[in-house]
Design a protein around this ligand. Structure first.
Ligand SMILES: C[S@@+](CC[C@H](N)C(=O)[O-])C[C@H]1O[C@@H](n2cnc3c(N)ncnc32)[C@H](O)[C@@H]1O
Length: 219
């Protein structure tokens, strides 16, 4: 896909999420669509959040894309260190800031950015959460490589994704050009591996795949 077309698609997706952020996102997408397509996905995503807090042990946590922080405020409540939430849609960033203010969470900071070009130094985070986001973002490998780059050596990524694995019946050459929501959970795991992470656990719930992946510790 040409760079300009990619940018237009990204902006359209961001515009859509900004539009639905304040009223429609949680009731329609989080509370209806996620359970419909993902079964126990929401409770499993919360489990990933608790595991992230334990694993981070006070060190910085990244949540990308953060959405309205529906899953993130719990993480920030339990975590003793900094939680950074970032999203391409400005409306989502505003909702995250509102949610943090409403709950008095001074350790939850939100900023706007593109997962393909995260504004953080390499190795900045002990743990990264990427909850139910990759399927709507065009460009799987550029997303996973930024997740891997910004994780510290020995850090952990908790990823969940909903997908209709149409790619399983298509030839390899076609698969790579499909949007992530049509690719299988295995392909998402393979992309994390290409980015240099080691897969520690894969769980499934209906059309959702939940992955725990570790960045090897440097010697
Ligand atoms: C289905 S929501 C998931 C949000 C949140 N993690 C949750 O579970 O509620 C997908 C999010 O991806 C964001 N997004 C889309 N493209 C992005 C990009 N290129 N970089 C960062 N975020 C992006 C959207 O704005 C939206 O908030």
């Amino acid at each position: 896909m040409k760079g300009k077309v990619k940018q237009i698609i990204k902006r359209a997706i961001g515009g859509f999420y900004s539009l639905v952020a304040s009223k429609l996102y949680e009731p329609l997408i989080v509370k209806r669509a996620f359970p419909f397509f993902g079964g126990d996905l929401n409770s499993l995503a919360k489990e990933q959040g608790s595991a992230a807090v334990a694993r981070a042990a006070g060190e910085p946590v990244l949540d990308v894309p953060v959405g309205t922080a529906f899953f993130t405020t719990d993480v920030a409540e339990k975590h003793t260190g900094l939680v950074v939430g970032t999203d391409y849609a400005w409306g989502m960033v505003e909702e995250t800031r509102r949610a943090a203010d409403a709950k008095g969470l001074r350790n939850l900071a939100a900023l706007q950015s593109d997962i393909h070009n995260l504004p953080f130094r390499s190795g900045a985070f002990a743990v990264t959460l990427c909850t139910n986001g990759l399927q709507v973002i065009p460009g799987l490998d550029p997303s996973t490589s930024e997740i891997a780059r910004t994780l510290k050596p020995g850090g952990t990524a908790y990823v969940s994704v909903i997908s209709l694995p149409l790619s399983l019946v298509l030839p390899q050459s076609t698969r790579e050009h499909l949007p992530t929501f049509l690719r299988s959970g295995e392909e998402v795991a393979a992309s994390l591996e290409r980015a240099g992470l080691t897969i520690e656990e894969v769980r499934r719930s209906r059309l959702a795949t939940l992955i725990e992946a570790r960045k090897p510790a440097s010697n």
